[in-house]
Design a protein around this ligand. Structure first.
Ligand code: FA5
Length: 342
């Protein structure tokens, strides 16, 4: 075959391929690619026959057929993309979006009820101008017991109540050690509340091995038991309203003298006696009293000049009263059905 004939054949092939491509639907494109460019395709078979032609024209024909191959490949790809885009557009235009449908709402978390109650307690005292301070949960025997005037053989130091980490290092059993830490650093007047976790070897429906306390104390000249009663009565009214009554009874704490146990009437039986209040009609929520001069001596406060009161309450107990919960364990189970109610 002469050069001209071969050229004509190749050009006719390209023309035919382009005409077919023009008419092709999406499904037909791949067949077209195989038909012209595939291993057994028409262009390939012409290129195979090159060995039989005159060596002088071989490079020209090779060049021409490679150009045709590249052009066809580009056009086939272009057409394929064009058809694909068209069919996607068509599919999209069939979808209707209802803009009035409600959106997918995100599940929102909320503060744990104990945190909420603890913050509520602190807010009442900050309105009375108390500052909020925190202290370490791992304490020494000195701050947790000794400086608070616990005698060396006091039962609270016993392994059965206290979680010891090592000799003289323990998980604090109450928030009262923070009193001593503050007094060491600050001269009166002090007016502070201390929220935080405490630990005791203790567990039943109203007791947990880890629970929360809020400690409060106020030291200045001329602070009396009347100030203590005034502040705590105001706190109870703010926290619970007028319905539940409060009771102050003499009690004993090594670090207060005189001391009082503050209790509230039982939320479940309204004082008649039940499982929760152990049939007494009352649930203790707080220990309180006038700070013992022995504590002042440890921190070099002059007991002749200064006096003060302190109180410490169980946050879980307050939360149980406030929401009528009869099992302290519910606070720690992380059951969303329970937690979502707050
Ligand atoms: C104290 O811890 C004293 N530090 C309180 C205090 C402070 C007295 C300042 C005087 C001056 P008590 O051991 O009674 O006191 O505990 C205080 C409150 O914590 C109790 O009234 C009770 O409501 C709560 N509580 C005690 N043990 C547990 C427990 N295992 N689980 C949940 N709450 C508890």
């Amino acid at each position: 075959m002469s050069l001209e004939e071969l050229k004509g054949k190749l050009e006719a092939l390209e023309k035919q391929a382009l005409a077919e491509l023009e008419q092709a639907a999406q499904e037909g494109i791949e067949n077209l690619r195989v038909k012209y460019l595939g291993k057994k395709g028409e262009l390939t078979s012409i290129l195979r026959g090159l060995s039989n032609i005159d060596a002088a024209v071989r490079p020209l024909i090779g060049k021409l057929s490679n150009e045709i191959k590249t052009r066809l490949e580009e056009k086939i790809n272009h057409k394929q993309n064009e058809l694909k885009e068209k069919s996607e557009q068509a599919a999209l235009s069939n979808i209707t979006v209802d803009l009035t449908l409600p959106g997918t709402s995100m599940a929102m978390g909320s503060m744990h009820p104990i945190t909420q109650v603890m913050e509520e307690i602190c807010a009442i005292f900050t309105r009375l101008n108390f500052a909020v301070v925190q202290g370490p949960e791992i304490e020494t025997d000195y701050y947790n017991f000794e400086a608070l005037n616990f005698p060396p053989e006091h039962p609270a130091r016993d392994m059965q109540d206290t979680f010891f980490i090592e000799d003289k290092v323990l998980l604090r059993t109450h928030t009262s050690p923070v009193q001593v830490r503050v007094f060491e650093k600050q001269k009166p007047p002090v007016k502070i509340v201390v929220p935080g976790k405490v630990y005791r070897h203790d567990a039943d429906v109203t007791h947990s091995p880890m629970f929360h306390q809020v400690e409060g104390f106020m030291v200045d000249e001329n602070i009396t038991f009347a100030d203590l009663k005034g502040v705590l009565t105001l706190f109870i009214k703010e926290m619970f309203g007028e319905q539940l009554s409060a009771r102050f009874r003499p009690d004993f704490f090594p670090f207060t003298e005189p001391s009082a146990e503050v209790a509230m009437s039982c939320f479940a039986c309204k004082g008649a006696g039940c499982r929760i209040c152990k049939n007494s009609g009352w649930i203790e929520i707080m220990g309180a009293g006038m700070i013992d001069p022995a504590v002042f001596k440890h921190v070099k406060y002059d007991p002749e000049k200064y006096s003060g009161f302190a109180f410490g309450m169980g946050v879980e107990r307050i939360a149980m009263l406030k929401y009528g919960i009869d099992n302290i364990g519910l606070f720690y189970e992380n059951d969303l059905r329970f937690l979502k109610q707050f």
